[in-house]
Ligand binder design. Structure first.
Ligand code: NAD
Length: 506
């Protein structure tokens, strides 16, 4: 552990027990429930204990959210009053950026600079952005069926169950909370049991603002215990989930039992197509960022890199040389480019794909092991394999680590066929200076977002979400408004026309 980490540890304390936060109060760890160690991937040492919320505790959280929704002031406030509180939340996040970045880095292993410069900023921005969306939302009016005026208004849907993953807790779950409460809803958030620290602190900080109690509640625990109790609770009106595809299917089935709308942001195995007309240097930078950013743990990774055969040797050689020089290390060290992967079982799974690749006829190009320069911590060498074909398991399964898979192709039709031969469809990348090729890729890749000559970048106003097994629904200004509100049509006659008088005559 480097000096920066040690300084940070002295500066910011970590709660010994991470508990739930319900109705504006921290739940005492004295009650029943299992204790689950919270581990830092930097050292593999225990940094806290998570007190898992039981079914009863989840029930308590949901009932408080329900009570706050039905009887509290939040949904009745003017949009401007709610917006003022959302902006207070933005400010309190900014004021505590160092601590939040530290907790995220310590717990999830993400590099401190990246978390502070991107995830924490995005967390604050989410509250500002959705406050603005709510404040600009408008309804509809129809007058075509005379003499009626029909107006369509939107109302909050109720209590949201918000469940998130461990790879970017702050950035992703803050978006769920912000987009849910902006429209007048209340919520219960369940972060991943692997990374509870930063979000627990965010929910505490949210309660330093004027937000009414019960609007934002948090429960901590594992998916099959706390998460399942939350999704299946009868007082939950809507479920927003980001995580793995198998979990998403289970949650959709559970939510379906209660006919609850469900939004699913799931996994990916996205194609990154690099053509011979591309600016090679930029494509190389983009391919490296596309797979290794966020310690290689991102749904939108360009994890299947498809290179046109005529440039493949040169590009792959450069990619391998750069991979070997990437700085893997303590995420709190400013020079680090890739930190540790999040937890041990995940690291073992990522590494298992090296043998899987070889057994499928693939060739290990670089990496493939733990980084031997670190005595402790879950550090992996940036890894790349050349697959024999797109049918190989490493081309079909999401590995979710610093693990790139290469394939070559001869023409754009072949590349697009390979890109689409996947059960996922989250994003697609195309690197080309030939406009017709770009347009063809944009039209034919079956994925929710296409990035042209750029590594991943999120435009919050535009829809983000997956085709096929990458999800159901989209996140965006408009989509979140639709997801977290109910539409209501009110029809009013504009003149007092005569009504038939049934039963009025003798
Ligand atoms: P995961 O599915 O294992 O867990 C996600 C969350 O679901 C956790 O909070 C977990 O506790 C909870 N959960 C698990 N089982 C549950 C159940 N039966 N009922 C209710 N909740 C349950 O996913 P993960 O390993 O935390 O995250 C990695 C996955 O997330 C990857 O597949 C990645 O692609 C995906 N992801 C997708 C996006 C996106 O926007 N599409 C973004 C980030 C991550």
């Amino acid at each position: 552990m480097n000096a920066v980490t040690q300084d940070m540890m002295k500066k910011f304390s970590v709660n010994q027990h991470v508990t739930s936060f319900i109705d504006g109060n921290s739940v005492s760890p004295s009650g029943s429930g299992e204790d689950i160690p919270v581990i830092s991937p930097i050292t593999e040492g225990q940094i806290s204990l998570l007190r898992e919320a039981s079914i009863d505790e989840v029930d308590h959280a949901v009932r408080n959210a329900r009570d706050a929704f039905e009887n509290g002031p939040w949904r009745h406030m003017s949009v401007d009053e709610r917006k003022a509180i959302m902006l207070q939340i933005r400010d309190v996040i900014a004021a505590n950026a160092d601590e939040l970045a530290y907790l995220e880095s310590l717990n999830a292993g993400l590099t401190l600079n990246y978390v502070k410069g991107f995830h924490v900023k995005r967390a604050g921005w989410n509250f500002e952005f959705f406050a603005e969306v709510a404040s600009q939302a408008s309804g509809e009016a129809y007058t075509q069926t005379q003499p009626y005026l029909s107006v369509v208004t939107r109302e909050p849907i109720g209590v949201g169950a918000l469940i998130g993953p461990w790879n970017a807790p702050l950035a992703l779950c803050s978006m769920k909370v912000a987009s849910c409460i902006a429209f007048g809803n209340t919520c219960v958030l369940k972060p991943s049991e692997f990374t509870p620290l930063s979000l627990r602190r965010v929910v505490e900080l949210i309660h330093e603002t004027d937000i009414p109690k019960g609007v934002v509640n948090l429960v901590n625990g594992r998916g099959h215990v706390t998460g399942d109790a939350l999704v299946s609770h009868p007082e939950v009106d809507v479920v927003s989930f980001t995580g793995g595809t198998k979990t998403g299917a289970m949650i959709a089935a559970r939510a379906g039992e209660g006919l609850k709308p469900v939004g699913l942001e799931l996994g990916g195995k996205s194609a990154n197509i690099i053509t011979a007309t591309a600016d090679m240097d930029r494509a190389l930078d983009g391919a490296i960022l596309g797979i290794y950013s966020n310690n290689g743990q991102q749904c939108l990774a360009g994890s299947r890199i498809l290179v046109e055969r005529s440039i493949a040797d040169e590009l792959i050689e450069k990619f391998v040389a750069r991979s070997k020089k990437i700085k893997v290390g303590d995420p709190m060290d400013g020079a680090t480019e890739i930190g540790p992967v999040c937890y041990r079982a995940h690291m073992d799974r990522v590494l298992s794909f090296v043998d899987i690749a070889k057994n499928d006829g693939g060739e290990l190009l670089t990496g493939g092991s733990r980084d031997s320069r670190h005595e402790t911590g879950l550090y992996l060498e940036p890894t790349a394999v050349m697959a024999k074909s797109n049918d190989a398991q490493v081309c079909q399964e999401e590995i979710f680590g610093p693990f790139a898979t290469f394939l070559t192709y001869d023409d754009i039709d072949e590349a697009l066929a390979i890109a689409n031969a996947s059960e996922f469809g989250l994003v697609g990348y195309i690197w080309s200076d030939h406009l017709p090729t770009v347009m063809k890729a944009s039209q034919e890749m079956r994925a929710g977002t296409i990035w042209v000559n750029t590594p991943m970048t999120r435009e919050l106003r535009a829809p983000f979400g997956g085709y096929k097994k990458s999800g159901i629904g989209r996140d965006s200004a408009k989509d979140c408004l639709q997801f977290f509100t109910e539409e209501k049509t009110t029809t009013i006659p504009m003149s007092t026309f005569p009504l038939a008088k049934w039963g009025a005559s003798d």
